[in-house]
Design a protein around this ligand. Structure first.
Ligand code: ADP
Ligand code: MG
Length: 212
């Protein structure tokens, strides 16, 4: 078995067989380098260029760790924009196709607030959203993070560029300390190092250099 085969990981069989039907034959370099630590429950900082398959890297970690029978928000994935949040939710639903009854809910700014409260009342396992709107729902008591055990900061560099630091800090105040945190980024500016030091526990750092 080649070391970049998904089957070299201890994924749930239904996740593994679904990857085959999606045509994902082998792991991309960032997946091969980050997934063992992600699946082992470690905090991970992963940097690789756009299009390198970062969503499936954290998405498989999310789905592997999720307890579907427990209908509580266990995972929060934060993205800089609604478009990116929608893309991530779509990819997660695709990866989760073989697992029944997983509820993924998006909570983004620029969308009507009221219907999101209604959706939250129905419940979800996974929330994908933008920091400002997620913070507002948490602050107003519409979304509880008490059962959160996995936090993903996707495109962390862009979230910082867009001024989401305060919203991120506020969300982190509500998140249980005992959790796994994954940070994905296309670049690695100084500010990321600061977030990493503030919110992550002994993170494993994985960087895949751009090849030209
Ligand atoms: P990034 O977040 O790094 O910019 P994405 O997660 O959006 O990249 O992935 C880019 C594309 O690659 C997506 O269309 C995704 O479905 C596809 N992809 C991801 N992992 C694999 C894989 N192991 N094999 C084939 N295609 C993949
Ligand atoms: Mg991405």
């Amino acid at each position: 078995m080649s070391k970049d085969a998904f089957s070299s990981l201890s994924l749930k069989p239904e996740l593994l067989s679904n990857l085959g039907s999606l045509g994902y034959e082998k792991m991309t370099p960032i997946q091969a380098q980050s997934l063992p630590a992600i699946l082992a429950g470690q905090d991970v900082i992963a940097q690789a260029k756009t299009g390198s398959g970062k969503t499936a890297a954290f998405g498989l970690g999310v789905l592997q760790h999720l307890n579907v029978k427990r209908f509580r928000v266990q995972t929060l994935i934060l993205c800089p924009t609604r478009e990116l949040a929608d893309q991530v939710a779509k990819e997660i639903r695709k990866l989760a196709r073989a697992i029944h009854n997983i509820k993924v809910l998006t909570l983004c700014g620029g969308m009507p607030f009221g219907p999101q409260i209604g959706s939250l009342e129905h419940g979800a396992h996974i929330i994908v959203g933008t920091p400002g709107r997620v913070e507002e729902h948490v602050r107003k008591g519409n979304l509880s993070l008490d059962d959160l055990n996995l936090l993903v900061l996707d495109e962390a560099d862009r979230m910082l560029e867009m001024g989401f630091q305060d919203a991120l800090d506020a969300i982190l105040d509500y998140a249980p300390v005992d959790r796994q945190t994954l940070l994905f980024s296309a670049t690695y500016p100084k500010e990321i190092e600061k977030i990493a030091a503030d919110v992550m526990k002994k993170p494993v750092v994985v960087k895949v250099a751009a090849t030209h």
